[in-house]
Write a new protein. Sequence first.
Length: 377
Amino acid sequence: MSDKIEIRAVESESDKKKFIEFPYEFYKGDKNWVEPLRFDVKNNLDEKKNPFYKHSKIRLWLAYRNGVLSGRIAGIINDNHNKFYNDRVGFFGFFECVNDKDVSRALFEKAAEFVMENGMDTLRGPMNPSTNDECGLLIDGFDSPPVMLMTYNPEYYLELYEDFGLSKAKDLYAFWIDRNVIENKTMMNKLDRISEMIIKKENLTVRKVNMKDFKNEVQKVRDVYNNAWQDNWGFVPMTEDEFNFIAANLKLAVDPDYVEFAEIDGKPVGFSLGLPDVNQAIKGLNGKLFPFGFIKFLLNKKKINQLRVIIMGVKKEYHKKGIDAVFYRNIIKAGNDKGIRGAEISWVLEDNFAMKQTTEKLGGKIYKTYRIFDKLL
């Protein structure tokens, strides 16, 4: 007798709870999975709280095989993406599935059906729910846990994607720079000399973020971000509300020693954001800070020994002036001072040759690869 597969739309709070809870059971026993904090997941999917849904919409489904919950998926229409690119791309995300191509096919078909009903001609993903959030399928580098805000999945997912006819749109790289590499005095002395030359030549001021003026600082970051990334593949400008929402979620993780502005004549021209890898502190909490997880979180936080460098951007008119070298020099020094063992620089587009070249010159090596997929409908 063949399996009975049923795809049910998430219509109630009870369904939504099942959608959110599914990965916690699904990944149980996987030593590399890091349980996201449940309130973060809820907020991300909350159409009233997350300002992404002011211009976009999401639909969620659960898959049942013989009555047993076996997978989930979201279909996403990102109106701001389609206005920015003048195209008709629909998205999928939040995909999790048992190793069964009949189940995965049924889930992908439902997401494809949804985006086609909304006038789209391409299905792209995974996006949770956009490139400004977690995105990409891990296809290489399964031997260590993900750093904060990076995805993780079983190796067999690639087969499920390809079985449905999804093919590569773009690869995203994560580089690892080890402390042993950055302790190379010759390289650091050279980086020091170059940084000081650039600061002098461009009349550059580099300063740490002012946490007491966080609201205004966030708007300065948004100004740099929306300018510096506008030519990057997949970029969609963030609204003020979206930027504030993401910044508020990250605020607890911020260490000002790893967050810098580059300014010329008092105006921001570049921004660098590194964050202690909070995944090291939340792993093992089963997604719950309260009532007892918070104490464990605080104790774990003291043991964090790696960073994720998330943003390092310079406004278009200041490209090719070497300002990123100053950011690299400063974040490496700050990490060394605090005993950090290494840092992940992620994610970097496969065709961002300038960033790849700079990172490789500093001793960075690609150690994880993530992939975005497309399917023409």
